[in-house]
Design a protein around this ligand. Structure first.
Ligand SMILES: N[C@H](CCC[C@H](N)C(=O)O)C(=O)O
Length: 272
């Protein structure tokens, strides 16, 4: 079957977005995984179905590249809203969208050329400094589970993010549901550099929105940054901005969301 899709990039975190408002597209785990696989498929960190919602402008159904439903994707949410805006999905409020994802309500607005600000959930379940695989691991759930690790004596650039990230992600004794793993360096009182190993992609990605939020909130909480607006420099070279109140609520994530191309995929019954 043929499926119309749009490829978007949210600060280098890339997604296949499908307008499924008529609910004609039904994809299996294997089909989503095949579409997201690089070289043999379209290639993406995740796939998003834009579907109807009873209460909001649309519903975002997010799948990781492994084909399984993911938890909240911050960059995916920003891309979904940019897609909706550029495709003419109606919104109740001009330039502003409300949508549901993982049973939660989100709001976002277009703040400039190819720029989207997404309002995030309040963070939950902060855990400080658990020793895992030789690292001091801080933890917080920002819609997705995130470990935050400060790289004090090493260079972020040279770090084996894949190896260390995977080892921590696989520690099911500590994280029965798995976790995303973020490694960061504080570069100024209001900025950090971040690299993320993502669960469900099972690799380092070029950016991770809920990871940027976790890194910024944790850094403020631990007194490592002093500003409640934090610039997060990600692997793609882009910058995400995370802003929040001093009690770590009212969190927003702002950054680039771009359409790369639109296409038609030939999807086989058992994969691409
Ligand atoms: N890239 C995403 C995170 C996806 C979450 C996924 N990796 C999971 O743990 O289910 C973001 O921008 O927030």
């Amino acid at each position: 079957m043929q499926i119309h899709f749009t490829k978007l990039s949210g600060a280098g975190n890339d997604f296949i977005v499908i307008d499924n408002r008529n609910q004609s597209v039904h994809l299996s785990t294997a089909q989503i995984n095949a579409m997201c696989t690089r070289r043999t498929g379209i290639g993406a960190d995740g796939l998003i179905l834009i579907e109807p919602s009873q209460r909001f402008d649309f519903s975002m159904n997010y799948y990781n590249a492994d084909g399984l439903p993911g938890s909240m994707c911050g960059n995916g949410g920003r891309c979904a809203v940019y897609f909706a805006h550029s495709t003419g999905v109606p919104s109740a409020d001009q330039g502003r969208y409300s949508f549901e994802a993982n049973g939660n309500r989100y709001e976002a607005e277009i703040t400039g050329h190819e720029t989207v600000r997404l309002h995030m959930l309040d963070p939950e379940d902060f855990r400080n400094a658990v020793a895992i695989e030789g690292f001091s691991c801080h933890y917080v759930n920002t819609g997705s589970p995130h470990v935050v690790i400060y790289i004090d004596n090493r260079k972020l650039e040279d770090l084996d993010v894949y190896g260390f990230g995977k080892a921590i992600r696989l520690r099911s004794d500590v994280f029965p549901e798995g976790t995303n793993v973020n490694f960061l360096e504080i570069t100024a009182p209001d900025s950090i550099s971040l690299r993320t190993f993502e669960r469900g992609v099972e690799d380092e990605t070029l950016a991770c929105g809920t990871g940027a939020v976790a890194a910024a909130l944790m850094s403020f909480r631990l007194g490592k940054v002093s500003s409640s607006t934090v610039k997060v420099n990600v692997r793609s070279g882009d910058t995400l901005e995370v802003a929040f109140s001093e009690d770590l609520n009212s969190v927003t994530l702002t950054g680039p969301a771009k359409i790369i191309y639109r296409g038609i995929a030939e999807v086989q019954n058992d994969g691409l």
